[in-house]
Design a protein around this ligand. Structure first.
Ligand SMILES: [Zn+2]
Ligand SMILES: [Zn+2]
Length: 258
């Protein structure tokens, strides 16, 4: 049994296809998925998916790439987080790959998300691209270890992974781990203790081998688990069971039966 800890099934790629996506999940023993919010205008769709389907959860946040969203107040996050199926704050973080220049607004927005997470007691979903030092610094300064969370779609180095784990964060691996050129990431996927690991698709992006180039979907998280099992030379069931338990523990979910 697998859980996709990070997907965007509210995106236009999935319009009218959610029933199909859920059926494919069942076929591949993917029991749950967390649909991650990236901005406020689309949040009602994310929440609606979680309300309509017992095995879909939601998060609320404004992605660091959405500059046009402007200031994101702590209160605005808290109002939207006040919902049983909204289990996390994010995705939030820093992205120095997509955006350049003065990114003071991105850091302010990130700090507000951490403050909101601490206020409502829900874990953080962190997006970090080419910004490891500043991300870790802000997480530490804002006391993010109080709620912990997940470094989603991790592509950093081993030192960054260790520092994030020391702050109480889980490391989540996506389909990138199956990509031909991802040698150093595969090494990290062997070193991270299974007890600190989550798996995800980040669908519709980053379809794993053997689906590269196609639209990704939560069912394909199985391929991420298969690759990790192969790399660590352990049974697939062990990767599935442990990462699923980690998901339920981190997001403080009582039941995993659907
Ligand atoms: Zn992201
Ligand atoms: Zn994402």
């Amino acid at each position: 049994m697998f859980v996709d800890s990070h997907c965007h099934i509210n995106f236009p790629e999935f319009a009218g296809k959610v029933t199909e996506v859920l059926a494919k999940m069942r076929e591949n023993e993917v029991s749950h998925a967390l649909c991650v919010g990236v901005n406020f205008p689309e949040f009602p769709q994310v929440r609606a998916l979680a309300e309509q389907h017992s095995n879909i959860y939601a998060s609320v946040g404004v992605h660091p790439d959405y500059e046009e969203e402007g200031e994101v107040a702590v209160e605005e996050l808290l109002t939207r987080a006040k919902h049983d199926k909204v289990i996390a704050i994010g995705e939030t973080g820093l992205d120095y790959y997509r955006l350049k220049g003065d990114l003071a607004w991105q850091k302010r927005r990130f700090r507000n998300h951490i403050q909101a997470a601490r206020k409502c007691g829900k874990p953080l979903i962190i997006h970090m691209r080419e910004a490891a030092a500043d991300t870790l610094k802000i997480l530490a300064e804002e006391g993010a270890s109080e709620t912990g969370g997940v470094m989603h779609c991790f592509t950093g180095n081993w030192e960054t992974a260790q520092a994030a784990m020391a702050l109480g964060f889980y490391i989540s691996f996506s389909g990138i781990v199956t990509f031909k050129n991802a040698t150093s990431l595969r090494e990290i996927a062997v070193k991270v203790p299974l007890e600190r690991m989550l798996i995800e698709t980040d669908s519709p992006y980053l379809a794993p081998v053997p689906h590269r180039g196609k639209t990704n979907q939560p069912a394909f998280v199985r391929h991420v688990a298969e690759e990790i099992a192969r790399l660590r030379n352990i049974p697939l069931e062990e990767v599935g069971q442990t990462t699923t338990q980690n998901f339920f523990k981190l997001f403080k979910l009582r039941t995993q039966i659907i």
